[in-house]
Design a protein around this ligand. Structure first.
Ligand code: SF4
Length: 303
């Protein structure tokens, strides 16, 4: 089936199933073009909770579809590719976290949104890369367990030095791949471009950035900036929104390694099959879902 035909069939199925299709900023262009809405993981979960459709097709990775289910338990949430996971989210388990909590009984637990529902259920409050500093500042406790991203954790620790952070040794394999040499090379090749970097990158990379922010913040920054050229230090899928929002500006990817294979697993065929066969449904234990929802809702109160 060609792309046009496939898209037509997907849209017909979407209507038949009373579904909404959402896509993360790191998805392939064809999937982003097809989606009703594009965004980062948390914005999409919040959007899903506000729509009237019964079925949500979440084009992203597993923990994101779980978050959508947690916030919309009455809806059917489909993840088109069952093996689209997040290696960073898998770097900490609920069992790991329980052991860490036993070692630090007075610490409050902050989990990055890039965690499984089971880890969220073991945490006190969640955060995203855009609100992490604000969330940590809102806590009265001095000792904080932060899981799983050590790069984001170290970035926060610098911004909030009054807190004692116990940071898990996880990382995003895609952002962590970017090196200081990549930055030096990119700056030399594009000396008049502004460097925008995600805090999941290594500290030495973040240090050299002109702007550090979440995917959404990077897109917004480039859209309103008077600058014309940007080096982008986050997953390449973000170029779709950057170019769409600012066609007159030029964007260079900081490193060719900024590609997340899990995010690229979902194709138009996957979305078609998801709607046709109503697969793969996200199911969560009631107790985990309730606890994880509290963790997410506490974050919402900080925003
Ligand atoms: S880009 Fe990194 S954090 Fe995002 S899904 Fe891929 S591995 Fe996980």
């Amino acid at each position: 089936m060609d792309k046009k035909e496939l898209t037509k069939d997907i849209l017909a199925l979407k209507q038949e199933r009373n579904a909404v299709i959402v896509a993360h900023n790191y998805q392939i262009d064809d999937v982003q073009a097809l989606a009703d809405v594009i965004g980062d993981s948390f914005a999409l979960s919040k959007y899903c909770a506000s729509v009237s459709q019964d079925v949500i097709v979440f084009c992203g990775v597993h923990f994101m579809a779980e978050s959508a289910k947690i916030l919309s338990p009455q809806k059917t949430v489909l993840l088109p590719e069952i093996h689209a996971g997040c290696p960073m989210a898998d770097m900490v388990t609920a069992e790991d976290l329980r052991a860490l909590k036993r070692d630090h009984p007075h610490a409050v637990v902050v989990c990055y949104i890039n965690t499984s529902a089971a880890v969220k259920a073991e945490s006190d409050i969640c955060c995203t890369s855009s609100n992490a500093v604000k969330v940590i500042q809102s806590l009265t406790q001095e000792e904080i367990i932060f899981v799983p991203d050590k790069n984001l954790g170290n970035y926060i620790a610098k911004k909030v030095p009054e807190k004692r952070m116990i940071i898990w040794d996880g990382y995003c394999v895609t952002h962590h791949r970017v090196t200081l040499e990549d930055v030096q090379k990119a700056k030399k090749a594009h000396p008049d471009a502004v460097l925008l970097v995600h805090p999941e990158c290594r500290p030495e990379v973040v240090e050299l950035a002109d702007f550090v922010g979440s995917t959404r913040q990077i897109i917004d920054f480039a859209a309103v900036s008077k600058e014309k050229k940007f080096i982008i230090g986050t997953e390449m899928g973000v170029l779709y929104s950057l170019k769409r929002n600012s066609p007159e500006k030029t964007f260079y990817l900081l490193s060719p390694g900024l590609i997340c294979p899990n995010m690229k697993k979902t194709r138009l065929e996957s979305v078609y099959n998801a709607l046709k066969q109503m697969r793969y449904t996200i199911e969560l234990e009631e107790e985990i879902m309730i606890k994880a929802r509290t963790t997410l809702e506490r974050m919402l109160k900080v925003e």
